[in-house]
Design a protein around this ligand. Structure first.
Ligand code: C2E
Ligand code: CA
Ligand code: CA
Length: 728
């Protein structure tokens, strides 16, 4: 049995997993993107900081070189524009002064390590290096840019200072070199141009110097580098000709990187925290979502199941059946549907109460569950209606076996506590070959077959046949027409004579309903009475016949009247009241009226029947048991309910002609009734022989075609008057 078909659950779970994954993926993407953005931003800041620092180092280094040059320029100015120098350099005996004041100053000096005095024709007057007379020729020792500086200083215009400095390559290395005219401090010099003398200072830039410079100006790792190194961290030293002499380079301190590395863990931490926060949000959100979905699924399951039986309910059944049909179509299997309606459940419910009825339903559900296969769909689709649907290769065979088993199950009475209830079921079977018939239509067909099973005797199974549609359609139209006819009072009543068994004199009539359907003609009571009973129209119809017959009875003061009452009419608690009001309205003496009832109701609902009979008796009417011998007639009922009369069914009467056992049975029955002081009417008397035999058996009243068919009131009228005339 499939309470909650697993197929219904899979798509939900898969969908949920998918949305969960998608959300997680989107979330991860966002986290990754945010991380990339932030790290890129920090990286840019770091780069920028690095570049700024390198720019500063470059400027500082260039500035340091400038300072290096301007220090020499200041020193040169001090030594060249000096009154003593102007005197001794030009004096013929000034050699000693020049040596001690210029040459020997080159030793261990931070200011200059080369000193030269030259005349206007670039002839060396004195040259010293590191405190010693230099052994070289300046043309070899310095590069050619020295002479450019020399010319600059020599050709300085009046008013501008006759000095020039610049970096120059020497055989020792790179040096800043200055050339200045030796003159008085005031700048005056009373010498012609060709007698002028020039002071040349050189200060070498050595590795130690550069390193010290780096320390002083905080340029890390400042040193000479080869120019072809790709690093952008360099400052070039060129002579006045623009020729590259040397390159200073340094190590980037990369303060940005430093900051970056310091900040990075913090950033990662922050990102991780944000990520964690959103992850928690996501998880709790999706948990809530899942819970909502679970609640929804549970609610749906609940909405699909029947609380009393635990089976699927009608809605659940239709959903499951649709899936089954789809599966049948897919797998080329037939869908078999058995539609069950319990017979006699209402009566058990009415008699024993709802608690017992509920237990009975549970018992039926449990029994069916045990009978069907595990993959069948089993449902309670109505108060006392059940349905079984399943897939099958051989639907016909399966249907036969299953319906036999189910009918067999209902053969046994149900024991509920101390009570025993016997109920049956009528089964309608419909098949959807390879799922070609949709669920709803399949149910309609099975339902129709079930009605047919009920109509044709209950406790059996019937297959759907296409003719049923037309028949059902006819029946529906008939029902509509009957309803209209009853409302418009188009039915009429005929009366069948009832005679005294001794003298065959008319003593009463049985009222029988007749319906001439417009456009069709007469419809037999065997057809329209069951329809009226099953649709509830019988209440109106029955009272109409009673009313009309009572009205008519006024014309026949000497006659009794028998009126038929269907079991269904007893279900109306106000039935006795209605009957009483008919008597009042028609001014009828109730003692002249006999209500005829069949035994069916007494079997199914003895308590209720007894109550109804008691109430009717209080009105003063008599009650007859109709059709005795047609069904499961039991003399026990006669005794139990104290009927006023018994009517022997025409089938029993007809059997008289065959003689033998039938006669014995009839005689025994009548004898028994008489022993209980219950008078007996024989109906369906068609011959004189029968009439005589029945009288001899002990029947006191006779009824049948032999005495008169059911006829119009006018005909009874004539008969009645004729009879009176005869007896008079
Ligand atoms: P029933 O109550 O047993 O009525 C007697 C039936 O036997 C009537 O059929 C009558 O025409 C028929 N009958 C009478 N004498 C003979 C005879 O000698 N031979 C044969 N073969 N039949 C004979 P009808 O009128 O067709 O009624 C059929 C059934 O319909 C009735 O059976 C009764 O159960 C039901 N019915 C008729 N009118 C009413 C009504 O107003 N109310 C209710 N509740 N049921 C009614
Ligand atoms: Ca009758
Ligand atoms: Ca009868």
């Amino acid at each position: 049995m499939r309470l909650s078909p697993p197929r219904m659950r899979h798509p939900v779970a898969a969908g949920r997993r998918l949305t969960g994954l998608l959300m997680l993926a989107a979330f991860a993407l966002v986290v990754v993107l945010v991380t990339i953005f932030i790290l890129t931003a920090i990286n840019r800041i770091a780069d920028y900081a690095n570049r700024l620092d390198d720019d500063r180092s470059r400027q500082t280094t260039a500035g340091a070189l400038g300072t290096f040059e301007s220090q020499l320029r200041a020193t040169l100015n001090d030594y060249a524009a000096w009154d003593d120098a102007a005197q001794f350099v030009y004096a013929p005996d000034g050699e000693a002064w020049v040596k001690s004041n210029y040459g020997e100053m080159t030793v261990n000096s931070d200011l200059f390590d080369v000193a030269m005095v030259m005349d206007a024709r670039r002839q060396v007057v004195m040259s010293y290096q590191d405190g010693q007379p230099a052994g070289w020729d300046p043309h070899d020792y310095f590069d050619a840019s020295l002479w450019t500086l020399f010319d600059k200083a020599a050709s300085a215009a009046a008013g501008s200072s006759p000095e020039a400095t610049g970096f120059v390559r020497t055989t020792k290395g790179v040096a800043v070199v200055g050339v200045a005219l030796v003159r008085q401090k005031s700048g005056d010099l009373d010498k012609p141009n060709d007698e002028r003398r020039f002071l040349v200072f050189a200060r070498h830039l050595v590795a130690a110097q550069v390193a010290k410079m780096g320390q002083t100006y905080v340029v890390e790792g400042l040193q000479f580098t080869s120019n072809d190194a790709g690093s952008p961290n360099k400052v070039e030293i060129r002579n006045v000709h623009g020729k590259l002499l040397a390159t200073l380079g340094w190590r980037s301190r990369l303060p940005g990187n430093l900051g970056y590395h310091q900040v990075k863990p913090l950033v990662y931490c922050a990102l991780a925290m944000v990520g964690l926060f959103f992850l928690l949000l996501l998880v709790s959100g999706s948990n809530t979502l899942n819970r909502l979905k679970d609640d929804e699924a549970a609610a749906r399951r609940l909405a699909m199941s029947d609380r009393l039986s635990g089976l699927l309910n009608r809605a659940g059944f239709f959903a499951a059946l649709d899936e089954l049909v789809a599966e049948g179509r897919q797998r080329e299997l037939h869908v078999l549907l058995l539609y069950l309606d319990l017979d006699g459940f209402k009566e058990v419910n009415d008699a024993y109460g709802h608690a017992t009825g509920d237990q009975l339903i549970r018992g039926v559900a449990a029994g069916l569950k045990a009978l069907v296969t595990a993959d069948s769909v089993l449902a309670r689709v109505g108060g006392d209606e059940f349905a079984v649907a399943l897939l099958s290769f051989d639907a016909q065979q399966t249907a036969e076996t299953l319906s036999d088993r189910i009918l067999g199950f209902f053969d046994e009475p149900f024991v509920i506590g101390e009570r025993v209830a016997t109920i049956g079921t009528s089964i309608g079977i419909a098949i959807s070959p390879r799922g070609s018939v949709a669920g709803e239509e399949l149910v309609r067909r099975a339902d129709m077959a079930m009605y047919r099973a009920k109509e044709t005797g209950r406790g059996r199974a019937d297959y759907y046949r296409p003719e049923m549609d037309a028949e059902r359609e006819d029946r529906n139209r008939l029902e509509i027409d009957l309803r209209i006819a009853i409302e418009r009072r188009e039915l009429h009543v005929v009366y069948q004579p009832v005679v005294d068994a001794e003298g065959w004199g008319l003593i009463g009539v049985e009222a029988l309903a007749r319906w001439t359907r417009k456009g069709y003609g007469p419809v037999p009571p065997e057809v329209f009475i069951p329809i009226a009973e099953s649709t509830g129209l019988i209440d109106q119809l029955g009272l109409f016949v009673l009313h009309r017959a009572c009205d008519t009875l006024r014309h026949w003061p000497g006659l009794k009247l028998a009126v038929n009452v269907s079991p269904g009419q007893f279900r109306d608690p106000a039935f006795a009241t209605h009957v009483g009001s008919v008597f009042r309205k028609t001014d009828t003496d109730p003692s002249r009226i006999t209500l005829e009832m069949t035994e069916g109701y007494f079997i199914q609902n003895p308590d209720r029947a007894r109550m109804a009979i008691t109430m009717l008796r209080q009105l003063g009417v008599k009650i007859a048991l109709d059709d005795f011998g047609a069904g499961f007639s039991s003399v026990g009922y006669l005794r139990q309910f104290g009927f006023d009369r018994m009517k022997i069914d025409k089938s029993l009467v007809n059997a008289l002609d065959e003689g033998g056992r039938a006669v014995d049975l009839l005689q025994a029955t009548v004898a028994l009734a008489r022993s209980l002081c219950i008078p007996v009417t024989a109906e369906g008397v068609e011959s004189q022989d029968q009439a005589i035999q029945l009288r001899l058996t002990g029947c006191d009243e006779l009824q049948g075609y032999f005495f008169g068919k059911p006829m119009l009131a006018e005909e009874i009228d004539a008969m009645y008057r004729g009879g009176r005339r005869n007896s008079n």
